[in-house]
Ligand binder design. Structure first.
Ligand code: GDP
Length: 297
């Protein structure tokens, strides 16, 4: 019994690469396993289907040169198709933070890793790009969340907007913009309130904040381990708020690429970063080649 997509595909293609020639039946047999493996990795059914279809068409008609076995050829076709789906065509490779102070809106459900990711990205911008960053928590329902951001800010040496009790999210967003402008910051990050489930109150609040802040980037933070749920959350947020990209957290916890594959295929939105742990440096730019390599094993 294979545990994950990488192992499974690895097993399938290991067998294929040992054969001299690849028949249509071989391709069909391999693709059945690929499909099951994709589904087991929580890739949505339509995505798995269209992926397998594209690969089958290419594999069946493909010319095989002497230097590579038919099995290796299929591996290459699967790999290239994975990259195509994961990467898309329009993925920006850096955050858009021109015209200072550039607002970045962070959205997502509670527990997704939103506050942690806000601080990680702030640290990245400060350390690597030497940007002056201001972070503000808009979670008026949970004083602990505001405190958490302030503590993280101290840890990483990034300023946070002072907490003023009694303000609502829109008021905080306005104050953050004002302080970022007056204080000469390059970027200000708005860490919006999370909820356990998507509800109208959450969406209304996020929309109001968006309208005030006019963010250059709206990043949705989702738990990469929740698979199909993560994709549903992304579809919902994109429809209601409009997102410019996704951050998949907890990608350290599980090697499967299922959520990443479905996310890109279903929402059409690029995965911009992946979270790889609890530490403040545990974040990386999303790398389609690396994920494809991991899926293939
Ligand atoms: P929020 O409610 O969405 O703001 O979530 P938090 O930022 O408070 O994160 C919830 C928990 O997930 C914390 O214990 C984080 O340290 C942890 N966490 C966040 N991102 C990652 C990640 O990429 N990997 C792992 N392993 N844990 C993470």
């Amino acid at each position: 019994m294979f545990e994950n997509l990488s192992d499974r595909l690895g097993g399938v293609f290991d067998r294929l690469t040992k054969q001299g020639a690849l028949s249509e039946d071989d391709v069909a047999a391999a693709m059945r396993e690929v499909r099951v493996a994709l589904l087991e990795a929580d890739v949505s059914l339509p995505v798995a289907r269209s992926f397998v279809k594209a690969v089958t068409t290419k594999a069946t008609g493909a010319a095989v040169t002497k230097s590579i076995t038919p099995g290796q050829q299929v591996v290459k076709i699967v790999h290239d198709e994975l990259i195509k789906v994961l990467q898309g065509e329009d993925a920006p490779d850096a955050l858009r933070i021109d015209n200072p102070p550039a607002p970045i809106l962070m959205v997502g459900l509670q527990g997704s890793g939103k506050t942690t990711t806000t601080a990680k990205l702030a640290k990245r911008l400060a350390d690597r790009e030497k940007k002056r960053v201001l972070m503000a928590s808009l979670d008026t329902q949970r004083p602990a969340a505001m405190q958490q951001l302030a503590i993280l800010g101290q840890q990483i040496g990034v300023d946070t907007l002072p907490i003023v009790p009694g303000e609502n999210a829109v008021q905080i967003a306005k104050r953050a913009k004002q302080q970022a402008t007056l204080g000469g910051y390059d970027v200000y990050m708005l860490d919006t309130a999370g909820r356990l489930h998507i509800d109208q109150v959450l969406m209304d609040e996020v929309q109001a904040v968006r309208d005030v802040a006019q963010p250059r980037e709206t990043l949705l933070v989702v738990d990469g381990l929740t698979g199909q749920d993560a994709v549903n959350v992304a579809t919902e947020f994109d429809g209601k708020v409009g997102i410019s990209g996704v951050v998949l957290t907890r990608m350290d916890g599980d090697g499967r690429g299922g959520a990443a594959l479905s996310m890109r295929a279903v929402t059409g939105k690029p995965i911009r970063f992946v979270g790889l742990g609890e530490k403040m440096d545990a974040i990386e730019v999303f790398d389609a080649h690396r994920v494809a390599g991991r899926i293939l094993g």
